[in-house]
Design a protein around this ligand. Structure first.
Ligand SMILES: Cc1cc2nc3c(=O)[nH]c(=O)nc-3n(C[C@H](O)[C@H](O)[C@H](O)COP(=O)(O)OP(=O)(O)OC[C@H]3O[C@@H](n4cnc5c(N)ncnc54)[C@H](O)[C@@H]3O)c2cc1C
Length: 378
């Protein structure tokens, strides 16, 4: 049974408290609850919540979902193969060949909802619409104070709060959350008359930097986003300009420059995990965007969020009953670096020099496809 310990007259003490129920937090909850651990999963938002996301998941996410026995209803997923790389001015195109679909497209809001439903059916106790305002880490427990002044106590904590910086100083990590990566912004338009086949268009070398754009069309949904490594202030002009070019080239069914001008800019902590001193604080592990687990090559964040959470869940499961849990938690730093560092790091070559080859040489186009969607080295 996976209920927490209830000491007569006292509040329940959970094995694990997970703050943040995005892909990282929900994955850790599914994994730990399936191993008969008592889990409290808390999120400030009510689900389905709206998350900025093109909703593409590389093929490795599918493998991870299978490994973790996470079931996403088939009607929510659309395999895609129809991928086109474009040069920054949209004058050149190249189509990578894939033996099998390099990934699936999901509506991110539905996907996250499906994950937390599975966490609940595995036995995790979910509290939605409950921002954690304070965290207190003691010698043998962790206590969260919610915005409504309720408290939750657990033996160990997983911080999966995405790009929010709020709770970092409470866990006593001097470095704080990641502040390096890409700036990203997007336009999403629903109820459009789009082609039946899902398409993914990637615009490379935007802004003559490592910036890139992603255009996803699936069902009646169109998402256009840009990821820029430079200044935050570059992002909206880059998105507006891309929307204008896409309209001029008839690659999208309308002019979305007005939507682009109103878009919100987000920090995507691409590969920031590699620069963090530690992901282990007292009784705590940090996963997903909160730990900078995002691919530098593609901005893919869902897969590494779930992957880091899976490793964290395995480490925490071992730590709960250990005589010195903190010693076991420290293994997380080595485990994720061994398994994930190569995937997270930027391409081993300057993409600007490769661009002419990507548009003139099919094997190079195919390698770029594998690098973008499967995290392989180009
Ligand atoms: C524009 C854009 C497009 C993207 N497109 C893609 C894509 O197509 N494919 C892809 O793989 N990745 C994409 N990403 C990246 C991906 O969205 C993230 O990497 C992913 O959401 C990380 O998951 P997470 O669980 O770590 O964090 P999140 O999904 O951000 O979840 C964190 C949760 O923590 C909760 N939270 C925060 N603070 C508190 C608190 N104090 N108390 C309680 N709850 C709290 C939040 O409400 C939130 O629900 C994109 C990112 C951006 C910005």
């Amino acid at each position: 049974m996976n209920g927490g310990i209830v000491v007569s007259g006292d509040a329940e003490i959970f094995d694990v408290l997970i703050v943040g129920a995005g892909p990282a937090g929900a994955t850790a909850a599914i994994r730990l609850a399936s191993q008969e651990r008592s889990v409290k999963l808390i999120d400030a938002a009510q689900f389905p919540r709206s998350a900025p996301c093109a909703g593409w998941l590389g093929s490795k996410t599918k493998e991870l979902l299978n490994d973790l026995d996470i079931k996403i209803p088939a009607k929510l997923t659309h395999a895609f193969k129809n991928v086109t790389f474009h040069s920054a001015d949209l004058s050149k195109t190249a189509r990578p060949n894939f033996e099998t679909a390099p990934g699936i497209l999901v509506d991110r809001n539905d996907f996250d909802l499906a994950l937390i439903k599975q966490a609940r059916s595995a036995g995790a106790k979910l509290a939605e619409g409950q921002p954690v305002a304070e965290l207190q880490i003691d010698e043998d427990s962790v206590t969260a104070t919610l915005a409504d002044h309720g408290t939750v106590t657990a033996k160990l904590l997983i911080l999966a709060t995405g790009r929010s910086t709020h709770l970092f100083d409470r866990i006593g990590l001097a470095g704080g959350p990641p502040t390096t990566g890409y700036w990203a912004a997007e336009v999403r338009v629903d109820k459009l008359p789009l082609k039946k086949t899902p398409t993914v268009d990637i615009v490379l070398g935007l802004d003559r930097s490592g910036a890139f754009g992603v255009v996803v069309a699936v069902g009646d949904r169109l998402v256009i986003n840009v990821h820029c490594p430079g200044q935050k202030s570059d992002v909206i002009p880059t998105l507006i300009s891309l929307c204008r070019q896409l309209d001029d080239a008839d690659l999208v069914p309308g002019n979305y420059t007005h939507n682009a001008a109103r878009a919100t800019v987000h920090m995507t902590p691409a590969a920031a995990a590699l620069g963090m001193d530690t992901h282990v604080a007292k009784r705590t592990l940090i996963v997903g965007d909160a730990g900078g687990f995002v691919s530098a090559a593609s901005g893919e964040g869902i897969y590494p969020a779930m992957w880091s959470a899976r490793i964290a869940a395995e480490v925490i499961n071992d730590a709960i009953d250990a005589p010195s849990p903190q010693d076991v938690l420290m293994q997380f730093n080595t485990r994720w670096r061994t398994e994930m560092a190569e995937y997270l790091q930027p391409p081993n070559t300057d993409l600007q020099y490769l661009l002419p080859l990507i548009f003139s040489n099919q094997p190079m186009t195919d390698r770029m496809g594998a690098a973008f969607f499967s995290g392989e080295n180009i």
